[in-house]
Design a protein. Structure first.
Length: 104
């Protein structure tokens, strides 16, 4: 029964391996915030610049975070942020794009 009494030594909320992952946690936070911004602003037609740029940057940070993530908890949060960023990006592109439809 000694195996059942392990102390919780995780130094990070998302690290299940007992090590700290400051870069991965920062990328997770940035991706979630940008995903939320992109998703919410995509619901308004006139905020397409914010939603498309926030979505694009959220997709880039989320993809890099997935590349270097160490635990399943980090990957789960990154997938949520990536999904919200992608929805915001695509709706922002449909409403006018990255440059407001003035290029061309």
């Amino acid at each position: 029964m000694a195996q059942a009494m392990r102390p919780n030594t995780a130094t990070s909320l998302f690290a299940t391996d007992g090590k700290s992952h400051p870069l991965q946690d920062a990328l997770l936070g940035v991706t979630l915030v940008l995903g939320a911004i992109a998703f919410v602003t995509a619901m308004f037609h006139n905020l397409h610049l914010i939603s498309s740029w926030a979505g694009l940057i959220g997709i880039a940070t989320g993809a890099y975070g997935q590349l270097i993530s160490a635990t399943t908890r980090e990957r789960f949060g990154l997938i949520l942020g990536l999904g919200a960023s992608a929805i915001g990006f695509f709706l922002g592109m449909a409403h006018g794009g990255l440059f407001g439809g003035i290029v061309g």
